[in-house]
Design a protein around this ligand. Structure first.
Ligand SMILES: [Zn+2]
Length: 452
């Protein structure tokens, strides 16, 4: 029987991670023979703008084959209780088990909505009851939303993979990961574009390691499991590794920006895209944040590129009124200082307006620039005194510093779901079977010999 076990919201700011619990759960299911893996576990990133999310807002579902879904459910609940921060931190976990042969349309739609909008636990519970799914939530049970959304996200149009390796327990809480940065750069150069966002060349920054106290040692993202294993073998690691697992994921697919935003009603936390015309010269504000105003159907929207987006802001500042653009991003809530703004995740320049500069003519006698003496008056040269009633203002088209192109913030400022530049070429939907090495269990320390 095909079963999926959805998990979410087991992590909190001070430690645990849903992917780690998924790893422990897979290990337990395989070891006890309670189930066998039927596909890669899926790591599903949900709407990244929800303010009450924990770090990455990632949920996990594990597709297995089992004769006994009830045991699978019990094991999942046990893993969550043993490892999660339920009751300790801000975690409100949820576990959902589906035995459905086909995932119904309304569950898929619920999952889609969870990527770009705000969904409620109530909607999740209604669907789970409708389809007789086993579920259990802890605390506020918020985790049920992600757990169900992970089951409903089938990644039919595009998906990527991520290999996550875990740290030995004695290193949890130590924020620095012992990874050789030179080897990460080498790995990135050798395996790109089959892997992506491993190394930020501009800042020479390793991007595969989280910086928190959680059990994740590193995560390598890419297009297929083989590339990930190859990349992983290149990275030099200076601390104990406690197993790894390859996940299928919606990371790097940009799927959260698929809906079209409604310019008449920019709802906070919503994500999507919008075509609009730049209506006001871009400007930069204190803190280094760049903004411009644009117009769509009589509605004005503000678009923002924040300071951490680095060189991306330069592109934004080079826009001029009249440019047609498509922007993708999420809506930042209205504040006392600012109206709602679209926080840009990409900018596609569709049409460039002509940048016309108007200047006074040059003097026919001495070549210097002339001065205007007012409307209807001839231009006058202040250098030689020549007056020229036939001279006219010069209209010149300036070259533009932006092109009709797609622009993204640098990798370090991208979100989990942001589609990296090279992934715009083609979606990846090739089926991929489980390969050897997709899962490695926890390294179990050898038993100490009893003293005789
Ligand atoms: Zn002159």
């Amino acid at each position: 029987m095909r079963v999926e076990i959805g998990l979410d919201d087991t992590d909190s700011a001070d430690g645990m991670c849903t992917t780690y619990i998924a790893h422990r759960l897979v290990e337990r299911l395989l070891k006890t023979g309670a189930a066998e893996a039927s596909d890669y576990p899926r790591l599903i990133r949900l709407n990244p703008n929800i303010p009450w999310k924990t770090r990455g807002n990632g949920a996990v579902t594990i597709p297995v084959r089992t004769r006994d879904p009830n045991t699978a459910f019990q094991e999942a609940c046990r893993a969550v209780e043993e490892y999660s921060e339920a009751g300790r931190g801000a975690a409100d976990p949820g576990v959902v088990v589906s035995t459905l042969e086909q995932i119904p349309k309304d569950i898929k739609q619920f999952a889609e909505k969870a990527l770009s909008e705000v969904v409620t636990r109530r909607e999740a519970v209604r669907l789970m009851k409708k389809y007789n799914m086993q579920f259990r939530g802890w605390g506020t049970q918020r985790g049920l939303i992600g757990a169900l959304a992970a089951i409903g996200s089938r990644l039919e149009e595009d998906r990527t993979f991520e290999l996550l390796a875990f740290r030995s327990q004695e290193n949890w809480g130590v924020k620095k990961r012992k990874i050789d940065p030179i080897s990460v750069r080498e790995m990135s150069l050798k395996t790109h574009p089959r892997t992506f966002n491993s190394f930020d060349e501009e800042k020479e920054r390793v991007m595969i390691t989280p910086r928190g106290p959680d059990p994740v040692l590193l995560g390598i993202r890419g297009e297929d499991p083989e590339a990930l294993l190859e990349a992983y073998s290149i990275v030099k690691i200076g601390e104990a590794v406690d197993g790894h697992m390859i996940f299928k994921s919606n990371q790097g697919t940009g799927v959260h920006l698929k809906p079209e935003l409604n310019p008449a009603e920019l709802k906070a936390y919503r994500a999507g895209h919008l075509k609009c015309t730049v209506s006001k010269k871009p400007w930069i504000e204190r803190g280094g944040h760049a903004y411009f105003e644009a117009e769509n159907g009589g509605h004005t929207v503000t678009c923002a590129a924040y300071e951490p987006t680095g060189g991306f802001r330069k592109t934004v500042l080079n826009l001029i009124p009249g440019d047609t653009v498509e922007v993708g991003g999420s809506i930042r809530k209205k504040s006392r200082k600012h109206g709602a703004a679209i926080n840009l995740e990409y900018l596609r320049v569709l049409e460039l307006a002509k940048d016309i500069s108007i200047s006074n003519p040059l003097c026919r006698r001495c070549g210097r620039r002339m001065e205007s003496q007012g409307r209807g008056q001839p231009f006058r040269c202040s250098a030689c005194g020549f007056e020229d009633s036939s001279a006219e203002k010069i209209r010149a088209e300036q070259p533009r510093a932006v092109q009709k192109n797609l622009y993204l913030p640098p990798p370090r400022a991208q979100r989990h779901l942001t589609k990296p530049l090279q992934r715009y070429q083609a979606n990846n939907r090739k089926p991929m079977n489980l390969i050897d090495g997709w899962f490695k269990p926890t390294a179990i320390p050898p038993l100490k010999q009893a003293k005789t």
